[in-house]
Design a protein. Structure first.
Length: 172
């Protein structure tokens, strides 16, 4: 299976609310539409997404452009940190780094990095498709990529991912 992991497009930031509630910004909407046009040639056969608004709104134009039904799955959600609000960007980056450095511990949010990666991996393992697109989130995608050995450092990948960002993983 060819797995195309997509980090959602740029959200409308509201550091006073939980990030899992954020919709796409107007620039994010435009970027998701542009990305959709660039993915058609990969001929995806399935499209899955997290249930968070920013992932759903990124997946919709991709599904439309590729003629696919977008299927939502809670297990594809971001590292669980639903009760984390009021974070400044610097504090957020420091917290994410700590998550990668202490993957087996709950150091930020409500689950460990290892638990998030395993939850995500289980969802990926249930996908049966030749070419699958999964629209999700940077932290959980990076944790997963490190867990399966696709990258040496999930933290470095997380820092390199754009909004939207694309990771292509080929089986075998």
């Amino acid at each position: 299976m060819r797995l195309i992991l997509i980090r959602h497009a740029a959200p409308q930031l509201d550091w006073g609310s939980c990030s899992h509630e954020w919709p796409l910004s107007s620039g994010g909407v435009a970027a998701a539409q542009a990305l959709a046009e660039r993915l058609v040639h990969l001929e995806p056969t399935a499209l899955f997404h997290s249930l968070e608004p920013k992932a759903v709104q990124t997946a919709e134009p991709i599904a439309s452009a590729c003629g696919l039904q977008a299927i939502g799955a809670a297990e594809l959600g971001e590292h669980r940190r639903e009760h984390v609000t009021q974070l400044h960007r610097v504090t957020f980056r420091r917290s994410v780094r700590t998550l990668f450095e202490h993957r087996s511990e709950v150091v930020f949010g409500e689950e460990s990095g290892d638990a998030a990666a395993s939850r995500f991996a289980e969802a990926i393992g249930r996908i049966e498709a030749d070419v699958a697109i999964v629209v999700a989130h940077g932290t959980v995608m990076s944790l997963y990529a490190e867990q399966i050995g696709a990258v040496r450092s999930g933290w470095e990948l997380w820092n390199q991912l754009t909004l939207p960002g694309v990771i292509v993983l080929d089986d075998g």
